[in-house]
Structures are given as structure tokens and as C-alpha cells.
Design a binder for this molecule. Structure first.
Ligand SMILES: NC(=O)c1ccc[n+]([C@@H]2O[C@H](COP(=O)([O-])OP(=O)(O)OC[C@H]3O[C@@H](n4cnc5c(N)ncnc54)[C@H](OP(=O)(O)O)[C@@H]3O)[C@@H](O)[C@H]2O)c1
Length: 377
């Protein structure tokens, strides 16, 4: 447990002097507690420190529609917030959404200083929260903990800035870099330990996506099994020619969440197939062109912030070549599939050493390797 953790407990004031970094670390810790539940809203944490240096309130945003982190922390602090400092991981909002503007609550509570990690890039906030506070005499400092706060909210930032979901490219590979024995061949590679991990991460994202080739080869369910999930999970098939079979198993799992098939105008023109898929509950979305970026834009319009792109080879390659792969998660197994194997990224030069904030974790006989494709942005 980090040293600041205990010392930042509400109401504790010990002889060790805490620094602003300690308070921001605490706010970031709280923000992360909303992981997997706040979408399409960001993860946000807040800590209120009284004028005499006591933590008097803390909170985080738990789910969309619930009170914001700042409001929770101020509610907990009550009148002890007067003259104090609010640490928050994102710029406080200045607009009326499903909840009232946080900046009004901050001013009304008598907060004299706000320390925020990062500006909110959402055009309805972007700097306006800070301006509102400054105009009312609140001191505002921005940038403490910026890198961690930016990393934490990559899905939200990607949706706002690029109008598409944050894409996690996920694959199980043999140790010689193949994802299947041969093209179109269903190949089980991972151990139970890796499968459990993969199910857990499915529970955190907004959507899982596959290319139609994987539906035809593997007929996957794409549900989050054995892991608690607080909200429906959207499943997406990238299928420009509408080749998804209407009897695909995926179309019998609507209790897990909606199924979206992203196609093109050409695919949608197959009226008979389209109506059979719609009769099985699929939502057919027509992308403006055949690129994966355009298909992702359609998901962005539906406020899907994060997409776990599970394969197969062609759709991974499209994500990589179009520059829309944001994070790579590989389960590397001890198998060797040889020269006939279907290679990850069609053998494009790829090294996990090029990933940012890369981490490695043993999972039974397999090894998880994951990291960001770009630095925080
Ligand atoms: N080991 C693993 O982690 C893993 C995971 C999943 C799958 N797999 C394996 O991978 C194999 C399937 O791979 P695959 O390459 O055949 O299929 P895929 O990548 O699942 O799907 C490819 C199809 O997606 C469609 N697509 C839609 N939008 C696209 C775009 N922007 N760019 C490219 N394609 C797009 C294309 O069909 P249209 O042109 O008709 O749209 C394309 O033929 C199977 O053997 C499966 O078992 C392995």
C-alpha cells in the first residue's frame, strides 16, 4: 500500500506533511475505481483538503448519470470545504448535463483553490470550467498528475478528439507469432488462466469487435463469461459484404447486449440477408466508406468509447495499417504453429519493445504482453 494512502484517509492529520502530489495520487486512485462503469463519461476522482490540511472529502464518478466526483467529495466535506483545496483528476464541468455544473458547487462550497490534472477536451467544457472558477476568485492550477490522468482516460479522450473508440487490439499467438494453424482454421491456443483474464477484460470495455472472417471460422459467442459486468456489452461484426450467417451463435446472445453489424452501402443492398439478420435482432449500420476508420466512426457516433478488437488477421491488419490501433494485448502461448500458420499482423514488423508502458504478466503457461501503441495524448 503506498505511504500516502493511509495518511490521506478522511479526517487524518498526522505529523508527516503531505504534498499536493499525495492528494492528487489519492484522487487518481479514486478515479480508477469507476473503471468499466462510467462510459461514455470519463473516470474522475476528487479529494477536498481543508484549509488546515485535513482530507475532509473524497469521491469518484461511479456511473453515467450519477453525481460527479467533485460533488461527491464536496458533499462529504460539507462546511469543512470552506477555504480549502479541491484536487480533481479532470477539469470540473461548467455545463448542465444529467447533473448540475460542478463549478457552481465548488464556488458555493467556498473552495479557494482547485488543482486539476488535465483540461477536459470535451468542447462543451474545454477550459470553460477553469475560466468560470478564476472569474470568481478561485485559484486554479493545472497539470499535476497530467500523464497518469491522461492515460487513465484514453478511451474518453479518443472518442472526443477522434470521434471513434479507443481500440485495443487483442490476440492469442503461438510463440512463433501465429494466431491460427492456417487461414480460416479455428485454433485453440490459450490456457484456462489466460482465458479467465480475457473474460475479465471483456467486462471492462464498451464493445468487442471481430471481422466477419472470424464469425465464419469460429462462430464465437463474444460474451463476458465468468466476470461481473455492470452494463450490456455491445458486440460488433465488421462485415462490408454482409456475409454474417443469420444462424450465427452471436445472434442468440442479445441478453448480453446489442449486436451491431457494420457494413457498406453495397453490403446493405442485399435486402434479403439484411432483413434476415435484422429479424435475428442485429442492428445493421452502414459506414460511409470501406475503411475501418469509417466503421469506427459509426461506433463513435453511438458513444462507444472503447473497443476490444479480437481479430482475426485481416481486421487486425486494417487497424494497424490505418493507425487506429491504440493498445496491444497479446497472450503468447508455448505452441509452435510453423510456416503454414496465420501470422499476427500478416508478419508486419512488430515488437512489444516498441509499446509504451508495456507490462508482462505470466498467466499459467502463457504470457500476457500489453502496452500502448502511442504515448499518452
Ligand atoms: N488467435 C486469435 O486471437 C484469433 C482471434 C480471432 C480470429 N482468429 C483466427 O483468425 C482467422 C480469421 O481471420 P481472417 O483474417 O480470415 O478474418 P477477420 O479478420 O476476422 O475478418 C476479415 C474480414 O473482415 C471484413 N472486413 C470488414 N471491414 C474490413 C476492413 N476495414 N479491412 C479488412 N477487412 C474488413 C472483410 O470481409 P469483407 O471484405 O467481406 O467485409 C474481411 O475478409 C480464423 O482462423 C480465426 O480462427 C484468431
Amino acid at each position: 500500500m503506498p505511504s500516502w494512502f493511509k495518511r490521506c484517509e478522511t479526517g487524518s492529520k498526522d505529523s508527516v506533511t503531505l504534498t499536493p502530489s499525495d492528494y492528487m495520487a489519492r484522487a487518481l486512485f479514486h478515479a480508477a475505481r469507476g473503471r468499466g462503469r462510467t462510459s461514455p463519461n470519463p473516470l474522475v476522482g476528487a479529494v477536498v483538503v481543508s484549509a488546515d490540511g485535513v482530507v475532509v472529502g473524497q469521491g469518484f464518478h461511479e456511473r453515467a448519470g450519477d453525481p460527479h466526483a467533485e460533488v461527491r467529495a464536496l458533499d462529504a466535506a460539507g462546511t469543512r470545504a470552506r477555504g480549502g483545496t479541491l484536487y480533481c483528476t479532470l477539469e470540473p464541468c461548467a455545463h448542465i448535463g444529467r447533473t448540475g455544473p460542478c463549478v457552481v458547487r465548488i464556488v458555493d462550497a467556498g473552495i479557494s483553490r482547485v488543482v486539476a490534472a488535465v483540461e477536459d477536451p470535451n468542447p462543451i467544457v474545454r477550459g470553460q470550467g477553469f475560466s468560470f472558477l478564476r472569474q470568481r476568485g478561485v485559484r486554479v492550477e493545472v497539470g499535476l498528475g497530467e500523464t497518469t490522468a491522461t492515460t487513465l482516460n484514453q478511451p474518453f479522450f479518443t472518442l472526443i478528439r477522434e470521434r471513434r473508440p479507443f481500440v485495443v487490439l487483442k490476440a492469442a499467438t503461438s510463440r512463433d507469432g501465429c494466431i491460427a494453424e492456417a487461414p480460416g482454421r479455428r485454433t485453440r491456443l490459450t490456457s484456462d488462466a489466460a482465458d479467465r483474464h480475457a473474460q475479465r477484460v471483456r467486462a471492462e470495455v464498451d464493445a468487442i469487435g471481430v471481422g466477419v472472417g472470424t464469425v465464419l471460422a469460429d462462430d464465437p459467442l463474444l460474451t463476458a463469461r465468468g466476470a461481473y459486468r455492470a452494463r450490456p456489452l455491445t458486440r460488433v461484426v465488421f462485415d462490408r459484404s454482409l456475409r454474417t450467417p443469420p444462424d450465427a451463435r452471436l445472434l442468440s446472445t442479445h441478453d448480453a447486449g446489442p449486436v451491431i453489424i457494420v457494413t457498406t452501402a453495397g453490403g446493405a443492398s442485399h435486402a434479403d440477408v439484411r432483413s434476415r439478420l435484422e429479424a435475428r435482432g442485429a442492428t445493421i449500420v452502414v459506414a460511409p466508406d470501406a475503411t475501418l476508420r469509417a466503421a469506427l466512426g459509426c461506433l463513435g457516433e453511438r458513444t462507444i468509447c472503447s473497443l476490444l478488437l479480437e481479430g482475426g488477421a485481416a481486421i487486425h491488419l486494417a487497424a494497424w495499417d490505418e493507425g487506429v490501433a491504440d493498445f496491444v494485448r497479446l497472450y503468447v502461448t508455448p505452441h509452435t504453429l510453423g510456416p503454414a500458420g496465420l501470422r499476427f499482423l500478416s508478419g508486419r514488423p512488430f515488437s512489444s519493445a516498441g509499446l509504451f508502458e508495456a507490462r508482462v504478466e505470466p498467466l499459467g503457461p502463457d504470457v500476457l504482453i500489453e502496452g500502448y501503441v502511442h504515448g499518452p495524448r
